[in-house]
Design a protein around this ligand. Structure first.
Ligand code: APR
Length: 311
């Protein structure tokens, strides 16, 4: 049996770096697809030529043609435009909703059994678009945000305490961006609650930095947004799914009553395996955490109502 095929749509910063990380695992045949002729082909050729140096066996092909991606087991959607100065949130929403709509339609036609991981922002609404257009069951459509936000929080805590990042466990749920809900009660260092390691004002400062984590990178880069940590988060989800590991990771998943959220994609802890989101894991939340999640869900609902007119 050959290796399974994974397609990355959008060969920009996030898509290109994701393709690199995937091909370097040596576990997958990767297809990198974009609408700009030359970019996916050029990046793929470059990555192919790196294989003998990094000892990777993975294969990669760059293309503009969805037929090349046919029969993919998993498709990562990073295509879209970044928010430019002067562009309103609604304009970004409209442009990217149309992009994700067109992409999801073509992906569903050639890879009807694929699992979709959506990365394009605004994340929760774009995941809704991909689900609605593909008509895939909810297990097979999810968004990447919580894994990245949790990793950001973990890395800040590790730096503050001068411990290795993998000693830190964190779970950030809710919508992406300022809507995120970091579950500090469930954040631990070597299994010990964070509140025993740091005073409240330091924890609050690290949470704030996490909430503004994407913006902090943008303000430094000036010409784009983060892609190293996002692509690492995507590959962590891909591996959890493809290796059927049943890892519990926060993802934008379609809630049908879980956490009091009805028929909306919002970040929740999910058990990831070969079938996709195999279970939404229910953690008990405090009143405040539940209220923050409800607020997140309400704003996702508003965005989804706006994108409905472009579908
Ligand atoms: N089909 C395929 N590719 C497309 C399409 C489309 N319809 N429309 C745009 N693209 C491609 C662009 O040509 C570009 O190569 O998507 C790519 C986007 O890349 P970048 O502009 O570098 O953006 P990037 O930093 O990769 O971010 C992509 O991920 O984290 C999110 O907010 C981020 O929504 C953004 C997405």
């Amino acid at each position: 049996m050959g290796r399974e095929k994974i397609t990355v749509i959008g060969a920009g910063n996030v898509g290109g770096t994701t393709a690199q990380r995937l091909v370097e695992t040596g576990r997958y045949d990767v297809v990198l697809l974009d609408i700009v002729d030359g970019i996916p082909q050029g990046k793929s050729l470059d990555l192919m030529q790196a294989a003998p140096l990094v000892g990777s066996n993975g294969r990669i092909e760059g293309t503009m043609d969805y037929k090349v991606s046919a029969g993919s087991s998993l498709v990562v959607i990073t295509s879209g435009v970044p928010r430019k100065p002067g562009m309103s949130r609604e304009q970004l929403l409209e442009t990217n909703a149309r992009v994700v709509r067109d992409v999801a339609k073509q992906v569903a036609a050639v890879s009807p059994s694929a699992i979709l991981i959506v990365v394009t922002n605004p994340l929760d609404a774009m995941t809704y678009v991909a689900h609605k257009v593909s008509k895939f069951p909810r297990e097979r459509v999810m968004g990447m945000a919580g894994v990245l936000d949790s990793a950001r929080l973990q890395s800040f805590i590790a730096a503050e305490l001068k411990v290795s990042a993998d000693s830190v466990q964190a779970m950030v749920i809710g919508g992406h961006g300022d809507q995120m809900v970091p579950l500090i009660r469930y954040t631990t260092v070597a299994g010990v609650p964070l509140s025993e390691w740091l005073p409240k004002e330091r924890i609050d400062a690290l949470v704030k930095r996490t909430q503004e984590g994407g913006a902090e990178v943008v303000s430094l880069l000036k010409t784009g947004s983060a892609y190293y940590a996002p692509s690492a988060a995507i590959v962590a989800m891909v591996d959890a799914i493809m290796l059927d590991s049943k890892k519990i990771m926060p993802c934008a998943a379609l809630c049908r009553g879980e956490y009091g959220v009805d028929d909306l994609f919002v970040g929740v802890p999910a058990k990831l395996g070969r079938r996709g989101v195999e279970e939404i894991v229910r953690l008990s939340l405090t009143k405040d955490e539940q209220a923050a999640l409800a607020k997140s869900a309400a704003s996702v609902k508003e965005l989804c109502a706006l994108v409905d007119r472009y579908l």
